[in-house]
Design a protein around this ligand. Sequence first.
Ligand code: BDP
Length: 329
Amino acid sequence: MTINPTRRAALAAPLLLGAAACSQEIGERPLRGADTHAAGYPTVQAVDYFGELLSQRTDGRLRLRNYPGGQLGGEGDTLEITMFGGLDVNRVNLAPLNVIEPTTFVPALPFLFSTTDHMRRSLDGEPGRAILETLRPHGLIGLCFYDSGQRSFYNRVRPVRTPEDLRGMKIRVQPSDLYVAMVSALGANPTPIPFGEVYQALVQGVVDGAENNMPSYDDTRHHEVARYYTATGHVMAPEAFVMSRRTWDRLTPADRDLVMECANESVPYMREIWDAREASARQNVIDAGCELIEDVDVEPFRALMAPVWERFIVSDLQQRLVRDIQAME
Ligand code: BDP
């Protein structure tokens, strides 16, 4: 994988950190993690909880230092750092994984999951395990998936009820071809921008809108600028919690089991916080005066997604995963 020059600066500091870290044995230093979300966001809390469990169960021998708030860079960058072993664990959305592993397109397909329960059962079950396993050749151990709710469109221009209403709008997307194709198929203009830069892009009118779940819409204050939120719920792609394979390979088999155990236990913990956060975020944005369009007919949106599915689901493995997930509905 090549690193373009503009990203070199962002990568340099943590890589140095990583180089120093690599000369120390695991256990002599804390495991290092990253999250693009601010402290207190459910993913950060879940990973912190994972760290607490790990520390309790090893009497502090294994412990975690998590760097939230995008301090170490955007998700694409920190994922590369994790693959190189400069970070031990990382919580990222599926989108940056789309760039390296095509099976991760599957849970990111628009309108794949019918309900939250369907999504959770699929990811807890065999399809989820198979997808996490495909990360291994890329230098990553997939520990678990966390919830990321339902992504929906929001914008600063007008209430959106149909794909027609989105036509021509500049919509920020995550840097993933799937998201670019999805927004193009809806007749809008996709603009890939890292998460941390979206607020400014909205303020400056570089984009008219974006798409995300309710807690992110609230937490990032995007709702202060983009007042119209339409509950399209078009994507239910989960968050992924991964460990660098370089770190994994240096753990004893017993410690690997423990890492998996703590990660798995952090999932129900995260879901509880998540459900509460979705409800409070919705109330916050209503109180802030946003217009929520919740009675939207999603069928016209869904109808435009067939070419996106066709373009990104090409291998036998991907097709099998889609069928298996649909059968679990
Ligand atoms: C949020 C995810 C975060 C992504 C962000 C985005 O939790 O990992 O970076 O969306 O849109 O929902 O970039």
